[in-house]
Design a protein. Structure first.
Length: 125
């Protein structure tokens, strides 16, 4: 099931550097009309959006969590991810985390191994 327009999409590991894939994802999600919530511990602004320092700062219903951090970092965020309870999680290439993926699947969260950018470009997001 694809995300509807105006859905809340969280990008964990968002960057303010235009050459980074997480920046490109925030920018493309925003241009497709999604409500994008970038997350980075520094709180840097990404694509002129307010950035949360932690997943725990988010009090909205989340459709999709797009992960751009390594498995060590996502494991440290596992409790916050489960509390966020997104409908689905996209593990972008290089972010795979089998133990977190299993836990999320058991909790009924859809787990996808894909590239957010490709999903958007192919109208499969």
């Amino acid at each position: 099931m694809n995300a509807g327009k105006n859905s809340n999409i969280v990008v964990l590991g968002a960057s303010n550097k235009p050459e980074k894939y997480s920046y490109m994802a925030v920018d493309m999600l925003k241009s497709h009309g999604f409500n994008v919530i970038p997350v980075h511990p520094s709180g840097i602004s990404v694509c002129n959006l307010d950035t949360k320092r932690s997943l725990l700062e988010i009090n909205a219903s989340i459709d999709t969590l797009s992960i751009y951090v390594n498995s060590s970092l996502s494991s440290r965020e596992s409790e916050a991810i489960l509390k966020l309870n997104p409908r689905r999680i996209i593990f972008n290439p290089g972010t795979e985390n089998p133990s977190l993926e299993n836990i999320c699947s058991q909790k009924g969260i859809e787990v996808i191994h894909a590239c957010t950018l490709v999903l958007l470009r192919t109208s499969s997001f």
